[in-house]
Design a protein around this ligand. Structure first.
Ligand SMILES: C[S@@+](CC[C@H](N)C(=O)[O-])C[C@H]1O[C@@H](n2cnc3c(N)ncnc32)[C@H](O)[C@@H]1O
Length: 327
């Protein structure tokens, strides 16, 4: 169809489906581009040269934006892509899609603030570690009064149900993270990559990212490079004994296979034995953690994460922290 070789049709379908399911109504510019790429044999042939995992729309679009390419209309995008494919493909091979959304701290906050203070935070799949600073951001839940440090970016979160909205931010005395590829908030190139991954129309997310990265850069987090299942127990041993150790993850376990998720939940059980009082906070798509999914009563609203404490669901949350519905 449309002169697209058979081998590239699966890739065309990936871009078409991404445009229809993910981008429609959220990013008109990217929807236009991905729809056009799906019908463009030259673009598909170039993308087809890359390893399978490197052909994703978000990686391509982020790389073009990182290099200053136009993402408004397809002819200009295509011209840039064809002229700069060597640089675009190099960025796609060197980088990976690893957004870091500080806004998710708003949906974690009702849980974190209710725990015995102070807290030692350990985030697995931390990216640049922006979710390790829940004490440094400002919050407004529903139409309540804002609270938190005056210089923090304001995270606004809609509430539904009996959300235990806190009155103040938690006290954090230790923060550390693990990531396969930790990004460095003090490196302008890494921050620019995170910015490039945010869809063009989402200016509020870009502003939040830049503000959160500036806060984190003033006191950079300790991030360990490695697989979360390999590094968790050793890193947890470094947490101060007189704080509540909280191991948390948001939008991470979907990257693991079933055995990896099982191994992680097994390690959380081991950690609870080794260090009683450790708290496990999970914020993931509904089906990702079977132990959590089994306990969700009724249907999970479409597109929501399930927030769970020690494997028990407590709320449904919106992906970027914009809303929370207490169960
Ligand atoms: C979608 S990002 C989410 C980042 C952050 N948790 C947030 O909510 O903004 C997922 C992150 O998990 C990391 N990741 C995926 N699999 C991992 C693994 N097995 N071990 C450590 N990190 C992993 C990726 O590198 C990426 O930075």
């Amino acid at each position: 169809m449309n002169g697209i070789p058979r081998g590239d049709e699966a890739l065309a379908q990936t871009y078409r489906t991404f445009a229809q399911r993910e981008l429609a109504g959220r990013s008109p510019s990217y929807e236009r581009l991905c729809t056009a790429i799906a019908e463009d044999p030259a673009a598909l042939a170039m993308l087809g040269e890359l390893p399978l995992a490197k052909r994703q729309p978000n990686l391509l679009l982020g790389a073009v934006r990182l290099l200053g390419g136009p993402v408004g209309d397809y002819p200009a995008f295509r011209e840039f892509l064809l002229a700069n494919w060597a640089s675009v493909s190099r960025e796609m091979l060197d980088r990976s899609t690893q957004t870091n959304e500080a806004g998710r701290c708003a949906t974690l906050l009702p849980v974190l603030a209710a725990l015995p203070q102070p807290l030692a935070l350990l985030e697995v799949g931390a990216s640049a570690g922006l979710c390790l600073y829940p004490d440094r951001y400002r919050y407004r839940f529903g139409d309540g009064e804002p609270f938190g440090p005056a210089d923090g970016p304001l995270l606004e979160c809609a509430v539904d149900g009996p959300v235990p909205v806190p009155a103040e931010v938690p006290r954090v005395v230790w923060r550390a993270g693990i990531d396969l590829n930790p990004l460095d908030v003090t490196d302008p190139g890494d921050v620019r990559w995170l910015e490039s991954l945010i869809w063009p129309e989402h200016a509020d997310r870009r502003e939040r990212l830049v503000a959160a990265a500036a806060i984190a850069a003033g006191d950079p987090p300790a991030l360990v490079r490695g697989d979360l299942n390999e590094s968790l127990l050793a890193l947890a041993e470094q947490a101060p004994a007189d704080a509540t150790l909280v191991v948390f993850h948001t939008a991470v376990l979907a990257y693991l296979d079933t055995a990896g998720v099982e191994r992680f939940t097994g390690q959380m059980a081991e950690l609870a034995r080794r260090r009683p009082g450790t708290v496990w906070v999970s914020n993931e798509a509904a089906a990702v953690v079977p132990q959590v999914a089994r306990q969700v009563a009724g249907d999970v609203p479409r597109g929501r994460f399930v927030l769970a404490v020690d494997g028990r669901p407590v709320a449904f949350t919106m992906g970027h922290g914009q809303g929370i519905e207490w169960c």
